[in-house]
Write a protein that binds this ligand. Structure first.
Ligand code: ACM
Ligand code: ZN
Length: 555
């Protein structure tokens, strides 16, 4: 009897598994327009080809990604057939509408494409197959990710694609996610997985937080002791500064070679890495190695607990700026990003108030309390100016947390608004570029469920999926259309005081990244929470397939 049942299973299970399944265009983030005719389908099956320009390495890579993803999810093996004009999937460059517009404008000066237009793509599905068109290889990559997400997460004999016209481009040019690798250190493998998950969601900026009171994680070749010693704390506090410590040394840093490797890995997935050296506060990692750079001279431990240290860099000491320029100079050598983040948040000023070197510097600069801006806040602005000029010489733009507004903003500084939206509003009104990442909508280190017993320990707060989804970064009731143009886009932040393992990283990220991806990508009139929730289960299947943890409950 057992034998008979087993042989029935052996015959039937593969046959049952190998069924045709339909592609589903209701993905996350939702494309701008999708018109379908579900009465007719194009059937994709093993052995069919993907055509593309094999002379272009970027496009070839995107074709390979697509082939890999189709096989990974469905078991269907496609072939790379660059020259086959009849291939089932054809990746092409150029929009017919662009050619017409160019002809009509002959002789006129061309209009520059926005970042978003450069990422645009279309997918046409009909009896001759699937034709993808984009202006640039990045658009082909976005389209390949879209096709990936339409696939069944199941080994099948074939996939039936209903006839469709899809046209898509992102809403915001800046679509970010931050990862704090200073409170806890994450491996290259985890970082690559983070990049992959970001790319799956159409994000394009990874903000990499590299230095902290609890550890310095970026190798500086001119200062070899900095990462070697500054990355190691003697132990770590258990829970929320309980006073009980684990007694375990903890450390880790990224060599410049590893940083370059990650930059290249991310670039192949159209993600730029913005490194952050948080200055002049959050500097205990560096002060431990160079106590002469602090106002008191130390000694300073690499912090074993959480919070904000009031020991910070001493701007009155000329060696401090030399140190910062050495560090940020090497940072620019390693990271090609046009944006470089210099932190600037949470820099207590009590040491500066009583430090003779700091006060002498303030006097030399002629800084006076003007009722709105303290001398010490202006001293921080002076540091920011120095760093902005240094970056500008290297063709880079400086980003700072919204505290950089307090002593008066530098000319071209970009403000990352985190203490709510007000810093962003003020900066946009002053015609400064802004990245919106307010705690209230974007801090995914907060709890995601009301009941704390149903989730791992978090920093506090409450940021459910629905709240992230509800964010409108342009603040239309307070910013005019002209002012809204200064909002580059939104970002989620993942601080890691209470997150030590990759499984926990992805649990905090997913599915809140799904929610922010619709904020980043979709027009506000496209967004609908109930509809979004009906599209999520398929993404969760994909996470299961990719071995990613995520929060199953949704509030
Ligand atoms: C921050 O959360 N301290 C920027
Ligand atoms: Zn000082």
């Amino acid at each position: 009897m057992k034998k008979i049942i087993l042989s029935i299973l052996f015959v039937c299970v593969p046959a049952l598994a190998l069924m045709a399944e339909r592609a589903d265009y209701r993905i996350i983030p939702l494309p701008k327009t999708v018109q379908t005719d579900s009465t007719q389908v194009f059937t994709l099956q093993a052995g069919m080809g993907i055509a593309y320009d094999a002379g272009n390495p970027e496009i070839s890579r995107n074709a390979q990604f697509l082939r890999l993803w189709v096989e990974e999810l469905t078991g269907i093996k496609l072939q790379l057939t660059p020259d086959d004009k009849k291939a089932a999937i054809r990746l092409t460059i150029g929009f017919p509408t662009d050619k017409k517009a160019k002809k009509a404008k002959k002789g006129q000066k061309g209009v520059e494409l926005t970042e978003q237009q450069q990422e645009a793509y279309t997918i046409s599905i009909g009896k001759d197959g699937i034709v993808v068109a984009a202006r640039k290889p990045v658009g082909l990559f976005r389209a390949a990710q879209t096709l990936r997400k339409t696939l069944p997460v199941k080994v099948v004999s074939s996939v039936e694609f209903p006839y469709a016209q899809i046209a898509d481009e992102p809403r915001f040019e800046y679509r970010g996610a931050m990862l704090d690798c200073a409170r806890h250190f994450f491996s290259m493998q985890t970082l690559k997985q983070y990049v992959d998950v970001m790319a799956l969601h159409g994000c394009n900026q990874l903000h990499w937080h590299l230095t902290e009171d609890q550890g310095w994680r970026f190798e500086v070749k001119a200062l070899p002791e900095l990462a070697k010693k500054g990355s190691v704390r003697e132990q770590t506090v258990i829970g929320h500064n309980t006073g009980v410590y684990d007694g375990q040394r903890y450390g880790g840093y990224y060599t410049q070679e590893q940083c370059r490797e990650l930059v290249n890995y991310a670039a192949e997935r159209y993600i730029n890495i913005i490194p952050e050296i948080d200055l002049p506060g959050h500097m205990m990692g560096a002060l431990h190695v160079f106590p002469n750079l602090g106002c008191t001279g130390g000694p300073y431990p690499v912090w074993p607990h959480w919070g904000v240290s009031h020991e910070v860099l001493c701007p009155g000491n000329p060696e401090t700026l030399t140190f910062l320029k050495t560090v940020v100079g090497e940072l620019c050598d390693v990271f090609p990003s046009k944006y470089i983040h210099i932190g600037g948040d949470e820099c207590p000023k009590e040491r500066w108030k009583t430090c003779p070197k700091c006060q002498a510097k303030a006097k030399e600069l002629g800084l006076k309390n003007d009722g709105k801006r303290s001398v010490e806040n202006q001293l921080q602005t002076w540091v920011n100016h120095e760093m902005e000029a240094f970056l500008s010489e290297r063709g880079r733009d400086m980003i700072g947390w919204d505290e950089v507004l307090e002593g008066g903003l530098t000319e071209k500084g970009i403000v990352m608004s985190w203490r709510g939206i007000n810093g962003g509003i003020e900066a946009a009104k002053q015609h400064h570029r802004v990245i919106m990442t307010p705690t209230t909508f974007c801090y995914i280190d907060y709890y995601q469920l009301k009941d704390h017993n149903r989730q791992p320990e978090a920093i506090g707060g409450y940021l459910p999926l629905s709240k992230v989804y509800s964010f409108e970064p342009l603040i239309p009731d307070q910013l005019s259309e002209d002012e809204q143009r200064y909002i580059l886009g939104p970002q989620v932040n993942l601080w890691t005081e209470y997150i030590a393992y990759p499984q926990h990283v992805f649990y905090m990220l997913l599915p809140r990244l799904d929610a922010i991806s619709e904020v980043q990508w979709c027009r506000s009139d496209q967004k609908n929470l109930d509809d979004f929730k009906t599209r999520l289960p398929r993404m969760l299947q994909l996470y299961d397939r990719l071995g990613l943890t995520y929060c199953r409950a949704m509030e």
